[in-house]
Every structure is written in C-alpha cells, then in structure tokens.
Design a protein around this ligand. Structure first.
Ligand SMILES: CC(=O)N[C@H]1[C@@H](OP(=O)(O)OP(=O)(O)OC[C@H]2O[C@@H](n3ccc(=O)[nH]c3=O)[C@H](O)[C@@H]2O)O[C@H](CO)[C@@H](O)[C@@H]1O
Ligand SMILES: C=C(OP(=O)(O)O)C(=O)O
Length: 420
C-alpha cells in the first residue's frame, strides 16, 4: 500500500484549485443510470470512489467513458442489470444510491450492502423505510438489499433523523413514482441540492432541495443531460485548515464560499484571517491561534467530514477546545494516531477535550479512514521532523492529486508506492 512521507514546518503559500465534490459525484453518477439517453458529467473529481462507481456501472452493463480527466460520458440507454453485487459496491458508501436509481427505473434492485468509512454503526434503515413507504417490498438477505415493487406511489415521508443518504436515495426512487412524494426533515447538504438539480435537468420535477421539505412530482421518464458537479466543500475546507495550521497564506479557488460559512466562522474565531471572493477564499494565518469549541451538525452546521481536520488544528492552538461529534457515534478512532504525533486529547463518548500543544513531532502513523488520513497530512505538515503516513488508499478515495496539490503550495511531501 502507498505511503506518504512529509517533512513538516513548511509554510504553505500560493493557491490551490478545488476539484468537484466527491459526495455529489457519487450520487449524480448512479442517478445517470435512470436515464434513457446519454449524460455528460463535468467537473468530476479524479478519485477512487468515482472510478469505482463507474466500474460497478460498467459491470452492470452501462457504458462509462471519460472524455478527459474530469468529464464522463455515461450511457445506460440500452439498460443495465438490476443487480449490483459485491466487489465495487462494498468498497464505498454511496453505492447504496444504486438501490434508489434501479428501483426508480426498473422497480427492482438487488444491491450488495455498501462499505465506506467505519464510524461504528452506519445503518440504512431510513433508506429502506422510505422505499417501503413508496410501495416497495424490501428484504435484506445474504449481504444484499433486495427491493421490488409493482409500482412506486408517491407519499409523505418524515425522516426520523436527518440523513444525507436516505434523503437522496428516497428522492431518486420518488422521481419516477406515480404522484407526489414529500420528504420532511430532509438533509440540506449541497450534494442533496446538486443531485436534485441534475435530476431536474434530466426531466424530473423536484422542488425544495436545500430546505427541509422536498417535493417530488413523479415523471415517467428521464433523459440524459449535461451537468457540472459543484466544488468539494470538504476538500476546500481541508486546504483552508492546511493554510491555517502552517501559518500560511493560501488562495483556495473554484469553490462556493457560502458552503464554507461554518468553517470560515470558526477560523475567524480562532484568529485566522479569511477573505472571500465570488468563487475563492484566501486564508492567512499570521498570529497565534485561539482555542474554540466546535460541534458537528448537518448542513448548514459544521460538517462531520471536517471534524478530524479541525481537531488537528485545535490540537496546536493556545488553550483548551471542546469538540462534540453529533453525527457519528464513533468518529474518533484516528485520535490514537494523532496522539502518536503529540496531541493531548481526552475522549469521553462524543466529546473530545483538546489541550493545545506547541507543535506536533513527526512519527509513523496510519490513515484509519478518508478524513482521518487528511488529518494526518495536516498534522504532518505542521510537525517537527518527518512523518510517514500509511493507508493512503483511504485518502485516494476522496482527494484528487493530494500530494501534487500540497507540493505546489510548498509542502515537502512524497508518495512511496507500495505493492498493489
Ligand atoms: C457518500 C456520502 O455522501 N457520505 C456522507 C453521508 O454519509 P451517510 O449518507 O451514510 O450519512 P447520513 O447523513 O445518512 O447519516 C447521518 C446520521 O443518520 C444515521 N442514519 C443514517 C441513515 C439511516 O438509514 N439510519 C440512520 O440512523 C447515521 O447513523 C448517522 O448518525 O453523510 C455523512 C454525514 O454528513 C457524511 O459523513 C458522509 O461523508
Ligand atoms: C465519510 C465519508 O465518506 P463515505 O460516506 O463515502 O464513507 C467522507 O467523505 O468523509
């Protein structure tokens, strides 16, 4: 497995261009399976999760062709199998969107249980409850989710908990149901909106995405469409934190600054200077950083997918910060690795109390999952000496050209290829 070697204490300067959003791309690509006709998807991130979902759709009989590094032509006009079995599906989380997409188009789906980062329990009961409310029979058997319906009929669905995956998945299925579906207590994340926008371009009738009530009038058919994926909020946030942790001055380009509000507010509270333009943000850190308290929440709250990265920054601030993880029951596994680099953290359930240290010291650590891996890079950039990060395949799931982007801003970072 590949490793990254980072020699720290280099101030990051210059600019970085953000790629398309992983969590939008991995929803929009399965949505393309619902169309009769060809879709062209632009600004896709060149990451493992995108390659993996494309590979899975090809195995199902769809045609996926990259016109360039970031543009995918996807043609499922002649149909695909309603079955998606194990290998690719279990390498990622968002493969669960194939259930909603296949159920919409064929009224039947047999899809292996998804994989993705391990934060303790990651149930999909709300997805299945939503499909059942639309009229499907759903069973979980032999590691597969099997869903069948004579027809799907629009209904009113109240989500017991705000869930990105369940909101998008039920929206996919409801798009081609008979009648109108209302999803209440829906997730409002930018990727929910992006998926709805793409579906509407294909001929769907979805209103309210981005609010907590989404109304979907079912349509009988969807056509292919050309669509540009939004920039990645989490990749952008990771580079903003990288600028802050290295005392740097970085222009983060090709972003939607509004998506960054919860992070921007925290960075400013910490004494970091942030300047915004229409599609870029400059982050300057030239003064000592203050400890702050952070609670993760669904959008527009502080994203859980930036929790390991902000924790890493808090670990080298002046004072004690309290971090509360409200979304996942167990997203602190990486703290053991952060401690190897010197972090002083106490964990009590969902609450991490972080006592700021002067600086990290290089060590050998592992990326225990995608964002934990990003956190290791951030700590390594700020550390005295050399850090070796194992488990880079997790980072490659969600960050395009990660070492090249950091190196272009002055980081001393190299990849050591491992055995495949
Ligand atoms: C591919 C993708 O977009 N992944 C993101 C998505 O994951 P994912 O869609 O898996 O996360 P959800 O928003 O569904 O999960 C939010 C909370 O709801 C709970 N829950 C969820 C579904 C369900 O059926 N039952 C249930 O109880 C989960 O345990 C969790 O506590 O949103 C998470 C929260 O922003 C992010 O961390 C992930 O990066
Ligand atoms: C948790 C994440 O991804 P996934 O849901 O795909 O595991 C993430 O993007 O941080």
């Amino acid at each position: 497995m590949d490793k990254l070697v980072v020699r720290g204490r280099k101030r990051l300067t210059g600019e970085v261009t953000i790629s398309g959003a992983k969590n939008a791309a991995v929803a929009v690509i399965p949505a393309a399976v619902m169309a009769t006709g060809v879709s062209v998807l632009e600004n896709l991130p060149s990451i493992e999760d995108v390659r993996n979902i494309c590979h899975t759709i090809q195995e199902m009989g769809g045609k996926c062709r990259f016109l360039d590094k970031h543009t995918l032509e996807i043609d499922c006009n002649e149909g695909v199998s309603y079955q998606a079995t194990f290998e690719g599906v279990q390498k990622m989380r968002a493969s669960y969107y194939l259930i909603g997409a296949l159920l919409a188009r064929y009224k039947k789906a047999e899809v292996a249980m998804p994989g993705g980062c391990n934060f303790g329990k990651r149930p999909i009961d709300l997805h299945l409850k939503g499909f059942r409310a639309l009229g499907a029979t759903v069973i979980e058997e032999d590691g597969m989710v099997k869903a069948y319906a004579e027809k799907l009929i629009g209904t009113s669905i109240y989500m017991d908990q705000v869930s990105v995956g369940a909101t998008i998945n039920v929206m996919l299925a409801a798009t081609m149901a008979e009648g109108t579906t209302t999803i209440e207590n829906a997730a409002k994340e930018p990727h929910v909106v992006d998926t709805a926008n793409y579906l509407n371009m294909m001929g769907a009738n979805i209103k309210g995405a981005g609010t907590d009530v989404i109304r979907i009038k079912g349509v009988p058919e969807l056509k292919g469409a050309q669509y540009t994926i939004i920039p990645d909020q989490i990749e952008a946030g990771t580079y903003m934190i990288a600028a802050a942790i290295t005392g740097g001055d970085v222009l983060v380009k090709n972003i939607i600054p509004k998506h960054m509000d919860s992070l921007t507010a925290k960075l400013e509270e910490m004494n970091v200077k942030v300047a915004e333009w229409e599609d870029s943000i400059r982050v300057m850190a030239d003064e000592p950083l203050r400890a702050v308290n952070v609670k993760t929440m669904s959008y527009p709250g502080f994203p859980t997918d930036l929790q390991p990265q902000i924790a890493t920054l808090l670990a080298v601030c002046n004072g004690t910060s309290v971090l509360t993880e409200n979304v996942w029951e167990n997203r602190y596994q990486y703290m053991g690795e952060l401690r190897k680099l010197g972090a002083d953290v106490e964990i009590n359930g969902r609450v991490a109390t972080i006592h700021g240290i002067k600086h990290f010291s290089g060590a050998e650590v592992s990326a225990t999952d995608l964002r934990a891996g990003a956190a290791m890079i951030l700590a390594a950039l700020a550390a005295e000496g050399e850090t070796i990060i194992d488990g880079v395949r997790y980072i490659d799931r969600g960050y395009e050209d990660v070492e090249e982007k950091f190196r272009a801003m002055g980081a001393d970072i190299d990849r050591i290829p491992g055995e495949q």
